[in-house]
Design a protein around this ligand. Sequence first.
Ligand code: 13P
Ligand code: 13P
Ligand code: MG
Ligand code: MG
Length: 365
Amino acid sequence: MKVTVSVLKADIGSIGGHIIPSQALISEVKNKVKELGKDLVIDSYISHTGDDIAILCTHERGISDEKIHKLAWDAFIAGTEMAKKQGLYGAGQDLLKDAFSGNIKGMGPAVAEMEFEERPNEPFVFFAADKTDPGAYNLPFYLGFADPMYCAGLILSPKMADGFTFRIVDVEYTEQDKVIDLNTPEDLYDIAALLRDNERYVIESIYSRSSGNQAVAISTTRLHNIAGKYTGKDDPIALVRVQGEFPATGEVLAPYEIGHFVAGFMRGSHTGPLMPCQLNCSISYFDGPPVVTGAAFCIKDGKLTEPADVFDHPYWDHVRLQISKKATAIRRQGFSGAAMLPYSELEYGGIVEKLEKLEKKFKLV
Ligand code: 13P
Ligand code: 13P
Ligand code: MG
Ligand code: MG
């Protein structure tokens, strides 16, 4: 059976700052999805990561389907009403347009979707990150799909011997989608040269070269490109099919042990390590640290199992401790140098006005 998995995610308000949505807000979104999705979706799963609510649903309507996107938009609008009623902070934060116009992409919420022929067993993982942006996935997906140091299957499994195709998007180009397709292993150095720049070049999707089947879909929204100013971080989501011709779940998870430094953290303006956390986690220290959650599912005829929480295991406790230490270490240098993002990433914030004012006060002596 051909099935579509769609995830649509938005920050529509949270308790106590950018921390966690309220139970009432989550219930409102759940109820709306149930009500509006009755004849539209096969199954759904509503979760939150930090202050972002994600609607994951399965259906047979293909990607970019207007009705599915409208369903999510309407559910986010209903949630926003509840957020306003409760006086939550940032009610409707990510809903940047007034009226729905056919596709939720470009309206604020993040979208990751994949349509595929269901395998006899079909495991996949849904990742969601908060207090960071889409480039946060560059390193983990590069290592999980292209580096045998992390993905042992690249040398152990004949099904993966042909490598993968990475579709990378230049998110600075906003006129239309500007993408490049590069193949592993032969284009590895070119892929690395692009992916080192997390703010500009972002993985959008990955395909198996032996079957042509899609393995990965990542949201690539940069909110400031839509709003023209800082309205919150882009908090990206990703879907990844695992096992068989794709990496094993554990291979895809392995790179999150690094706690690599990403853009985000407080006011979306700092550098912090990405911490793998349990599902439905909240946010704390310095509006962070940036977090990522993972929900693994199997799917049969579009029906989802319950989620398996991939980072809820004693192994990750030790990792989280190490990453907390990294977070503290970089925070100790406050605004200085690498701890705060470069000017180009702060261009929509107050610092631009401040520097413009100061510029006038400079004297040539
Ligand atoms: P969010 O994008 O998660 O709302 O965070 C915004 C922010 O500025 C946190 O300090
Ligand atoms: P306020 O200036 O309203 O506190 O918002 C700032 C913000 O949310 C960035 O994190
Ligand atoms: Mg927020
Ligand atoms: Mg958020």
